[in-house]
Design a protein around this ligand. Structure first.
Ligand SMILES: Cc1cc2nc3c(=O)[nH]c(=O)nc-3n(C[C@H](O)[C@H](O)[C@H](O)COP(=O)(O)OP(=O)(O)OC[C@H]3O[C@@H](n4cnc5c(N)ncnc54)[C@H](O)[C@@H]3O)c2cc1C
Length: 359
């Protein structure tokens, strides 16, 4: 180590994740400079130590035994905007708080991120699962990013077309997990652009406020209000606050499989279904979980479903990662048994939690 980075040992990860469970990191470096990330990689490579990357910890479940690895907590800050003909290219460092960036864009009248208001975490994680909500996802605005490629040990630029964005997915999540450490991300925004109101729930909320032609700021307010009512913003006073948001992604099925699920509940049950461009059909994981017999607020000891959102597994006092995993397995098995549908978890698991194997 060249003295530029501070290496911490046996550091609590529970306090660095929104679920608040899990054991310690054997080593942790909080990287405020890009050079510290490179130093940390050298340090780990010299010792054969595995590396994990942490942002705001809002989409990670850490196993109770912790991780025998060097955790690099990305804390790079800064943002730069370049105005070009009719667009703004906003580049933000990976450690910038995501919602502050959205607020900044909305204040300046730059459209493109407003529906992604209130999502916890940092900029660097937004491309990982192509963060999305209320009809927007970051693949619609990301033009490219800079990252350390751990294979070549070089800083590389990746264009959006190379990021293989999909529904809650990207190159960084499924194809090449852990290969790249994102340093900064560039979003192309529309100055003076109209807000995206594509989602019925959002349109209804705006309508209830008497806003026929809402501004970006009004859309941001509505999104945050809707999210708050579902405990989907981080609020220290909320008993549902210890979650990682949705625990499962909505399943996308072949049309015939979706029809089979619908036949099980009957055509008049009003099963939510969204056709995908490739002919498959996306179903609502929350709806399937409820129809499999799980109720909001249902508890299994110190963990349970959020009282306000069926898809969120929440922790209460005394919860451990093992409790979260056991409850998630129970929910997943219930849905598999009732509908033959396998629910894939949304968060990333550090350590063995027995959830990566199909039910
Ligand atoms: C209440 C709540 C609501 C949520 N709502 C939504 C929602 O509406 N839509 C949605 O998409 N998500 C949602 N999430 C999930 C989560 O907020 C997002 O996935 C967010 O982008 C995670 O950011 P983070 O910085 O906390 O990442 P972390 O949890 O720290 O990390 C997540 C993953 O990204 C990797 N990673 C993080 N930073 C980097 C980096 N710089 N380079 C490379 N890899 C990196 C980590 O290794 C890990 O694999 C919600 C979570 C909570 C708690």
């Amino acid at each position: 180590m060249d003295g530029a980075m501070t290496l911490l040992e046996r550091v609590s990860l529970a306090s660095r994740t929104t679920l608040g469970v899990g054991g310690p990191a054997r080593w942790l470096v909080k990287a405020r400079k890009e050079a510290e990330i490179l130093d940390a990689l050298d340090w780990a490579a010299a010792r054969g130590v595995p590396v994990r990357v942490l942002g705001g910890g809002s989409n990670v479940v850490v196993a109770d035994e912790g991780v025998e690895a060097l955790v690099i907590q990305v804390a790079l800050r800064g943002r730069v905007a370049r105005e070009t003909a009719g667009t703004v290219e906003l580049t933000a460092a990976a450690g910038e708080p995501w919602d502050e960036l959205v607020g900044h864009a909305v204040e300046r009248g730059w459209a493109g991120l407003e529906c992604l208001s209130g999502i916890p975490g940092l900029v660097g994680a937004t491309p990982i699962q192509n963060v999305g909500a209320y009809g927007q996802d970051v693949s619609q605005t990301v033009t490219g990013l800079r990252a350390v490629d751990r294979q070549s040990r070089r800083v590389v630029m990746l264009a959006a077309s190379e990021c293989r964005f999909g529904y809650r997915d990207s190159l960084f999540r499924s194809a090449e997990p852990e290969r790249f450490i994102v340093l900064d991300v560039t979003y192309r925004l529309r100055p003076g652009g109209a807000p995206a109101v594509r989602y019925t729930e959002l349109a209804r909320h705006l309508e209830s406020r008497g806003l026929a032609a809402p501004t970006l700021a009004q859309v941001r307010e509505s999104v945050i209000e809707i999210r708050r009512a579902k405990s989907m913003v981080l609020d220290p006073g909320d008993p549902n606050r210890r979650s990682c948001g949705s625990f499962f992604v909505n399943p996308v099925l072949a049309a015939a499989d979706a029809a089979r699920v619908e036949a099980l509940v009957g055509a008049d049950a009003g099963m939510p279904r969204w056709p995908e461009p490739d002919g498959r059909v996306k179903l609502s994981a929350a709806w399937l979980i409820e129809r499999a017999g799980f109720r909001r607020g249902e508890r299994a000891g110190p963990v349970g479903l959020s009282t306000r959102h069926t898809l969120a597994i929440v922790c209460h006092d005394g919860a451990r990662a093992g409790d979260v995993a056991a409850f998630a397995r129970r929910v997943r098995a219930g849905v598999a048994e009732r509908f033959g549908v396998h629910l894939a978890p949304e968060p990333v698991f550090w350590g063995s939690l027995g959830l990566d194997v199909p039910a």
